[in-house]
Design a protein around this ligand. Structure first.
Ligand code: MV4
Length: 491
């Protein structure tokens, strides 16, 4: 087993990884920027090192600083979390070159998955359905026109070096194609350093469904079923769930087997996600995410597998602790990303000091966070406060439990998107599972519902027996009283 792990990340995911280390009895090392010196992940770690100013490029993205800190602390592995350097092939290579184990796929496989056209090729060769489109990058306008008319409009032009939706252009008809091609190539060159683009058929109202996979160094690979992540806004996911309301066991087995075959053929090792668009009963491969994902807990709650622990086992050279046959999805889990943002002001970030903070608990409730009462959410990074994940025997029970947990959740001092989540949990389309990637923009009524839920009578608007007085809420009072007592004793 690995002996000491440095976590090259911050916030809730740093805490999440350290919790796995704690269970495995592996000491862990935090690295933090100036503004994170009081963060929970710094307190949780066995050792912590300051690595520079708030600006990520000088701290959490500083490869040399992080690797030197790992060497100095005697860590024999680095876990990159998500975002920052998690899918940076150069970082994976530099880590290996320093004699440190990178907890993730090899830099070669990571680079292969980062090349979206190459990844499409790997999947297609393994029999995974891909979106109709080009097998190579498109440079020549005539070639682009020919290809697009063969595919049929609308089409979408995507940067090959990109991902996550940045720099993509939808083209409604041939009149717009050449101009769109030039623009997308320019954006691609500017943002990703590679001007290569490819063309796909544009699917108008798809669902976003992704498969979680695990692969070890002994040739074992399994899938942990799918997550539905259609409730998103500007490529920012807000609610994720497992299983997807539309995936049958038969479809899951078929797609899961294909995906496992594909990652094996690519020599993929560690945890990963294979993303699909799902439209009219069919899956279309999009891209591979070569990292642990924000939404991994919904999969953990329905399968019982600790994905981060498996990552650490795999990086230690151990085999997976479970076989495909042992994997069963039980019940339903829903995750709400609780963000410091104002849903009534175009979801603008609202960083600042959390005056009171009390998270929900009880049966079927999991909260992953990196905050505490009195903590200041810094303005320099993603404004996520926590992830609320609820499990139920079926989807209806999970939804009801999310409502109950949101009722208990007390966060004061900053505006949060909790009213948004409460509105979605009561939305007819969401409750029916009738969602796609345009759900938020199409459900214009959500804004009115959020307004109604944001006012003083917010709790009464929901259920009559819910107490509207903040101070009277059972969970809240314990937390705020204890916190205020602490403040009084201090001064
Ligand atoms: C698409 C698409 C429709 N057709 N590709 C955006 C994020 C990136 N991972 C892929 N994206 C899309 N690719 C084709 N051929 C629609 C999207 C898309 C989307 C995908 C997943 C989740 C949310 C989305 C929101 C808008 C567009």
């Amino acid at each position: 087993m690995l002996k000491k792990i440095l976590i090259a990340n911050r916030g809730e995911i740093a805490v999440r990884v350290m919790r796995a280390c704690q269970e495995l009895d592996i000491p862990c090392v935090a690295v933090y920027s100036e503004v994170d010196k009081d963060a929970l992940f710094v307190k949780y770690a066995n050792e912590a090192y300051s690595i520079g100013p708030a600006r990520a490029s000088e701290s959490y993205l500083n490869i040399e600083k992080i690797i030197n800190t790992a060497l100095k602390s005697g860590a024999d592995a680095i876990h990159p979390g998500y975002g920052f350097l998690a899918e940076n092939a150069e970082f994976a290579a530099a880590t290996k070159a320093a004699g440190i184990k990178f907890i993730g796929p090899s830099s070669n496989v990571m680079a292969l998955m980062g090349d979206k056209v190459a990844a499409r090729g790997v999947m297609a060769k393994a029999g995974v359905p891909v979106v109709p489109g080009t097998e190579k990058c498109v440079t020549d306008p005539d070639h682009a026109l020919k290809t697009a008319s063969k595919i049929g409009y609308p089409v979408i032009i995507k940067p090959s070096g990109g991902g996550g939706g940045i720099g993509m252009t939808v083209v409604p008809d041939e009149k717009r194609l050449v101009e769109a091609l030039e623009i997308t190539q320019k954006i691609a060159a500017n943002t990703f350093g590679i001007g290569d683009v490819y063309i796909e058929k544009y699917l108008t109202n798809p669902r976003h469904i992704e498969f979680q996979i695990l692969a070890d160094s002994h040739g074992n690979a399994i899938h942990l079923g799918e997550r539905e992540c259609s409730v998103q806004r500007r490529h920012q996911k807000l609610i994720e769930e497992s299983p997807s309301p539309v995936v049958t066991q038969e479809k899951r087995n078929r797609m899961g087997d294909l995906v496992v075959g594909a990652v094996k053929s690519a020599g993929y090792e560690c945890a990963g996600t294979v993303e699909f668009l799902y439209s009219e009963g069919e899956f279309y491969f999009l891209e591979v995410n070569a990292r642990i994902q924000v939404e991994h807990p919904v999969t953990e709650m329905v399968t019982g597998v600790d994905i981060v622990k498996e990552q650490i086992r795999i990086a230690s050279g151990l085999p997976l602790s479970v076989t495909q046959k042992q994997i069963q999805m039980r019940g339903s889990a829903i995750e709400c990303r609780i963000n410091a943002e104002d849903p009534l002001n175009d979801f603008a970030p609202t960083p600042g000091r959390l005056k009171e903070y009390h998270s929900p608990g009880g049966t079927g409730v999991r909260v992953d966070s990196g905050v505490y009462a009195g903590f200041t959410v810094p303005p320099h990074y993603d404004p996520m406060i926590s992830k609320l994940i609820c499990w139920g025997r079926d989807r209806d029970e999970a939804i009801n439990r999310v409502c109950r947990a949101l009722y208990e959740y007390v966060i004061t001092g900053v505006k949060t998107n909790i009213p948004f989540h409460r509105a979605v949990m009561k939305n007819r389309r969401f409750v029916k599972g009738n969602i796609d990637t345009h759900f938020i923009e199409e459900e214009t009524g959500l804004i009115e519902d959020i307004k109604a839920l944001s006012g003083k009578g917010q709790i009464l608007a929901d259920k009559l027996h819910h107490r509207s007085d903040l101070k009277a809420r059972v969970a809240a009072i314990a937390a705020s009283v204890v916190y205020q007592q602490m403040q009084t004793t201090k001064s």
